[in-house]
Design a protein around this ligand. Structure first.
Ligand SMILES: [Mg+2]
Length: 336
């Protein structure tokens, strides 16, 4: 296991080192780590609150990820949930359960990755907790701000709305397959892009705000695959959906990966998960302006993949035939 072995730090000493890693004035933070609770300024908007727990062996595998990447990702996945509400990231806390085989140096690297992500997304890490335990568990809570009443929910989709998705899908799952395989293609440019998608996902913060401004009626982030996450959005909105297979923005690198490993690019794009792209629904007339705005501001694609319907959950093949779309995601670590 990476970074194993204890080197005699007490937990208080480790906390002191972590505080140094986190040191630095942050906007809005009146009292940072070290007191019983942090005190922060809050604006006039609504607060969006989220939490995400990563467990070794369930959500990550220390044989494949570095401490720094894991720290980065643990923050980015929370930021993605805030982005999906159209909120701006503000503050976060981190609680760690550390198994005995985790070395302090590894924990410092983990915090280094968290700080990197916090810098990128303008999030202030204001506190947390640390405990010894039987598993390595990283639990992050984050708060974001959104203009009063403007959070974009999963429940607002209406029949006739178009279904749009940012960026491309399947790269993160492809990166996991590539990392697991130990294939030499990991060193190619496309291989590195897939690994980056898995271990350093980007949260679509500006894109979420932009889609909200463009009139998104419902929105969520794609953490468990388009098929499963869209089924959740439809359940909250009491609607169905029709997805056009030919329109799904499959990550280009997956076609290269299919030459090296036995994978199905479409399957990874539909059910692979962990892409942290945004899935939104929007009035048909608003799709093109939303797409142009996203392209202009962020250089990020917005793809129209189908339509919200009254009921049913259908995948339309390129030849016009249809099949029920199975709302299944990929449970990465417990399915094999
Ligand atoms: Mg989410």
């Amino acid at each position: 296991m990476a970074g194993t072995g204890r080197d005699g730090f007490t937990e208080d000493e480790l906390l002191a080192v972590i505080r140094k890693v986190l040191s630095g004035e942050s906007p809005g933070v009146l009292v940072g780590p070290g007191d019983d609770a942090a005190v922060v300024e809050w604006g006039r908007g609504d607060a969006a609150l989220t939490a995400d727990m990563l467990v070794q062996g369930v959500h990550f595998d220390l044989r494949m990820t570095s401490a720094r990447d894991l720290g980065y990702k643990s923050i980015a996945v929370n930021v993605s949930d805030l982005a999906a509400m159209a909120a701006s990231p503000r503050y976060a806390t981190v609680s760690l359960e550390l198994s005995d085989d985790v070395a302090p140096a590894w924990v410092i690297e983990l915090y280094g990755g968290m700080r990197e992500a916090c810098g990128e997304y303008a999030l202030s890490l204001v506190g947390g907790d640390l405990s010894r335990g039987s598993e390595l568990v990283i639990s992050v809570s984050a708060a974001g701000e959104v203009a009063r009443g403007r959070a974009v929910l999963r429940s607002g989709a209406k029949p006739g709305d178009r279904i749009v998705v940012t960026g491309s899908l399947g790269a993160a799952a492809g990166g996991l397959e590539l990392a697991r395989s130990g294939h030499q293609a990991a060193a190619t440019p496309w291989g590195r892009a897939l690994l980056e998608a898995q271990f350093r996902p980007a949260a679509r913060v500006g894109e979420g705000a932009s889609l909200a401004q463009s009139g998104a009626t419902a929105m969520m982030d794609v953490s468990d695959g388009l098929a499963l996450d869209l089924s959740r959005l439809c359940a909250e909105s009491a609607t169905g959906a029709r997805i056009e297979e030919a329109a799904i923005p499959i990550a280009n690198e997956l076609h290269e990966l299919a030459g090296a490993l036995t994978i199905d690019p479409l399957e990874l794009a539909l059910s692979g998960g962990e892409d942290y792209e945004l899935l939104a629904t929007i009035d048909p007339a608003a799709v093109e302006p939303a797409r142009a705005r996203l392209e202009e501001r962020f250089g990020v694609a917005l793809t129209d993949v189908g339509e919200i319907t009254g009921q049913g959950f259908v995948l339309v093949h390129a030849d016009g035939s249809e099949r029920p779309l199975e709302p299944k995601g990929w449970d990465h670590f417990s399915s094999r």
